[in-house]
Ligand binder design. Structure first.
Ligand code: C5P
Length: 295
């Protein structure tokens, strides 16, 4: 039988706002975040041949962290009781260790694409269970658009799509370790029901729809600790603000920094001021656009 193949876009995300409340008994931290998919994407070509034995090959110019793509594919094939030779050819654009969710997005892409390519349906419950096993950011990429993330970041609620914004993403190539970034926050192992962080975040969530993002006091709790270790990143945020970005924030636990601008020309102009760094002019990808890319 001939090979089946498809080519998919695996989008990056920004955390428009990110608060870390407290340490939990399971070792993770309790979060409040606003996720947003953006147009920066990897491209994954998937080829599949049914076979007697399962074999999964990944070809990518960059080594993907403990091969989350292979783990996602194995989970899907085992659940569907299929044996196949699957080849992934990944054209990486999303930098790794940058807080843009590149690996998580790739994993979610596999959970969505592989069953369809095999002509099967993976129950949504199984897709979400696998996504959560693969990483805290993976479930978000099963939905895309603008979403509220609670708990570990895996409990998700849709937010109304924000109007399309123009943004510049700047990556200096600095790799931030996510577990280390969490540890440096030194959050207590207590519940913080009535913390000022929570009150501030709630105000943002309630006013997000109908306000202009540049008027909201968006924050990322990781900036305080990560900018201390890597002052170059604070300098990137300052520079973006000077060039007109409002706001300019780090995404996830870093190290990528993004600035929102009022139009595409302002983004292009700002992009020219970052020699030595990788820059991507991007737009927000709404949930509808995200899901359309999957049909
Ligand atoms: O789930 P993920 O693999 O992305 O998490 C990587 C690490 O980040 C975890 O092992 C944990 O140390 C930390 N983390 C956390 N709280 C979260 C998400 C991640 O402490 N909500």
């Amino acid at each position: 039988m001939s090979s089946r193949f498809c080519s998919i876009k695996s989008f990056a995300k920004l955390n428009l706002d990110l608060r870390v409340l407290h340490k939990r008994v399971d070792g993770f931290h309790e979060l409040r975040t606003i996720f947003q998919t953006i147009s920066l994407h990897d491209t994954i070509r998937v080829e599949l041949d049914f076979a007697k034995r399962t074999q999964i090959d990944v070809s990518s110019p960059i080594e993907i962290a403990d091969n989350i793509v292979v783990r996602a594919a194995k989970l899907v094939l085992d659940e569907l009781k299929l044996r196949a030779w699957v080849r992934f050819f990944i054209r990486k654009r999303i930098p790794l260790g940058a807080g843009l969710g590149g690996g998580s997005s790739n994993a979610a892409s596999v959970l969505l694409a592989l069953p369809a390519l095999a002509g099967e349906t993976l129950p949504r419950e199984a897709a979400f269970r696998f996504a959560k096993m693969l990483g805290s950011d993976v479930p978000f990429f099963l939905h895309g658009g603008t979403a509220l993330g609670l708990g570990r970041g895996t409990e998700l609620y849709p937010l109304p799509d924000l109007p399309s914004h123009h943004a510049l993403v700047v990556s200096t190539g600095i790799h931030v370790s996510t577990p280390e970034a969490y540890r440096s926050l030194e959050r207590a192992l207590t519940s913080t029901d009535d913390s000022p962080i929570l009150r501030e975040f709630q105000t943002i969530a309630w006013t997000l729809n109908g306000s202009r993002l540049e008027q909201l006091p968006l924050k990322n709790d990781f900036e305080e600790v990560v900018f201390k270790i890597h002052p170059q990143l604070a300098a990137v945020a300052r520079k973006l603000r000077k060039l007109g970005a409002k706001p300019a924030r780090m995404t996830g636990s870093g190290s990528a920094v993004f600035g929102l601008f009022s139009n595409a020309q302002a983004v292009r102009q700002a992009a020219q001021s970052f020699a030595g760094a990788s820059v991507w002019p991007v737009r927000f990808v709404t949930r509808r656009q995200y899901q359309r890319a999957w049909q």
